[in-house]
Design a protein around this ligand. Sequence first.
Ligand SMILES: Cc1cc2nc3c(=O)[nH]c(=O)nc-3n(C[C@H](O)[C@H](O)[C@H](O)COP(=O)(O)OP(=O)(O)OC[C@H]3O[C@@H](n4cnc5c(N)ncnc54)[C@H](O)[C@@H]3O)c2cc1C
Length: 321
Amino acid sequence: MRDVVPHRPGMKSKVSVHLLKAHSPSDLRAAVRGIRGEVRFSEALRDFTSFHIGGPADVLVLPADVEDLCLLVRQARLLKVPLFVLGGTNLLVREGGIRGIVVNLSKLNGITDEPGHVVYAEGGVGMPTLMKHAISRSLSGLEWAAGIPGTVAGCVVMNAGTRLGEMKDALKEVRLVDQKGRIIDCPLSAIRFSYRRALLPRGIVVGAWLQLKPGAREKIEAVVKEYLRHRKETQPLALPSAGCVFKNPPGDAAGRLIEAVGLKGARIGDAQVSEKHANFIVNLGRANADDVIALIKQVGRTVEEQTGVTLELELKIVGQP
Ligand SMILES: Cc1cc2nc3c(=O)[nH]c(=O)nc-3n(C[C@H](O)[C@H](O)[C@H](O)COP(=O)(O)OP(=O)(O)OC[C@H]3O[C@@H](n4cnc5c(N)ncnc54)[C@H](O)[C@@H]3O)c2cc1C
């Protein structure tokens, strides 16, 4: 898909960056003509990322519904204006911001119960909201996701998970808007999942059917509560971050390696390797993307030199320097 820029799987490089060329203001205005949702020009993306870091989007669009998104995709394609989808919890947006149109699906927030303990969640539903919904219906199968702050769509694309489970375990089918602006329902057989990656047909994920199972509400609640307690104890949740920076290498934990090379607490500007969990980088207040990238490079280099392990980024770095 040339004009829609979703997650690019296979990002092995230490620091990968999306660089998108500038488009004329008139093309940008034409691409969003007739959009019923919110359209904001030069919108600061730091307000849309869990890191609280990031320059402006040329245009930020919050489509009113899936049809609105289809129109946007078709118009942007005609004008060759790139689209980037942002939930914002696994991203570092650079200070130059993102050229073209950034799409945020927060208005696609519907949840529908279907027969057979299936729940359909639109792509912009937050995982914590979906979890609450499942608990209210005494449905089990999402407990592993307790504390993951991303959207349902972002969790599909990232195959988000913990050591207790991952998104693919609960998925039944995925709905996408493809590059031509058509709605496509995609069976699991058309998706290849691996660790923190889902290889999907190109497009924007707008919803997912989840196959859950009946359970005892108190038991589900107790499990979720325990996982949340454990997170609070082991992760720096009071400070802005984008979760784990690196993927765990096979048979090891990135956090353990970073701690072993003495980098817990290391700091560049206001970016710090968390003292609580070494695989988190936290924003102590005024960190910018360059501080975080410099720290990521320092961590990657030191771990490689001292242990021989090349850490792969889980975090996505996007936008212009
Ligand atoms: C405190 C904290 C704890 C976390 N804990 C975990 C954890 O335990 N496990 C875990 O896996 N992750 C964790 N994360 C990271 C993050 O929440 C997940 O990676 C989540 O899946 C990202 O969802 P998002 O909606 O924020 O997507 P984003 O971070 O915005 O995007 C991730 C990628 O998906 C693409 N994308 C997003 N939406 C769409 C869409 N609709 N269609 C196509 N492409 C899309 C983006 O362009 C980007 O390439 C944590 C983050 C934080 C801040």
